[in-house]
Design a protein. Structure first.
Length: 189
C-alpha cells in the first residue's frame, strides 16, 4: 500500500492542475493513499535567510513529507514552455543543503503530469523537469502519460473531471504510478 504525495505547481485557486490533483486523489486505487502537499506558503528562495535561520516552517514540513513517502507526483503547469517558477522554487528550497538530497529525494519514484488550456498539454514542462529530477537522484515513472490539452473542456465549473477518456487516462496513470512506487524501494544516495 503506497503513500504518494501529490503537489500542484500552481497557486491559482481555480487552477486546472489543482483540479487534476483532486481527480488523482479521487481515482487512486483503494490500497493507495494520496496525500496533498502545498507550496503556497513557501517564500522565494534566499540563501541569506537560509544561512541565518534555516528553511521556513512550510519548507521543513514539505521536505519531511517527501522524505517519508513512497512516491512524489508533481502536477505541473507549463509556463512559457517550461517549468513553473513557484514549483521549482519549492524544490530548490527542499534540496538545501545538498547533503540532504539523498535522504529526501534519492531513489524516490516521481511522476509528472499536468493540464493546460492550450494545445501543448504541458509536454514541454514535463520534459523540462527531467534534468532536475535526475540531479535529485529520483526515479522517474514513464509507464503512462497524462498531459491534458484544452483543460477548460475536461473539467466542469466545480472543478470535477467530466471527460470520460481523460478520466480513464488519469485512472490508468495513478494505478501504474502506485504500482511503480510500491515496486521500487528507495535507495538512499
Amino acid at each position: 500500500m503506497p503513500t504518494i504525495l501529490a503537489v500542484s505547481g500552481s497557486l491559482r485557486s481555480k487552477s486546472f492542475n489543482t483540479m487534476l490533483l483532486r481527480a488523482v486523489v479521487d481515482l487512486a486505487p483503494p490500497a493507495t493513499t494520496v496525500e496533498v502537499g502545498s507550496i503556497k506558503d513557501i517564500p522565494l528562495y534566499n540563501g541569506d535567510v537560509d544561512a541565518a535561520s534555516g528553511p521556513p516552517p512550510a519548507v521543513r514540513e514539505l521536505k519531511e513529507k517527501i522524505a517519508g513517502i513512497d512516491g512524489l507526483l508533481l502536477v505541473s503547469p507549463e509556463y512559457n514552455h517550461s517549468i513553473p517558477g513557484v514549483l521549482k522554487n519549492a524544490i530548490d528550497w527542499i534540496s538545501r543543503p545538498a547533503t540532504d538530497i539523498g535522504r529526501v529525494f534519492g531513489g524516490c519514484p516521481v511522476g509528472v503530469i499536468g493540464a493546460s488550456t492550450g494545445q501543448g498539454a504541458t509536454n514541454l514542462a514535463q520534459e523540462a523537469w527531467m534534468p532536475v529530477l535526475r540531479a535529485l537522484k529520483m526515479l522517474p515513472f514513464f509507464g503512462a502519460h497524462v498531459g491534458i490539452a484544452n483543460a477548460g473542456k475536461v473539467f466542469d465549473e466545480h472543478g470535477t473531471l467530466v471527460d470520460p477518456a481523460v478520466r480513464t487516462q488519469v485512472e490508468k496513470y495513478i494505478a501504474g504510478f502506485a504500482g511503480f512506487s510500491s515496486r521500487h524501494h528507495r535507495r538512499q544516495a
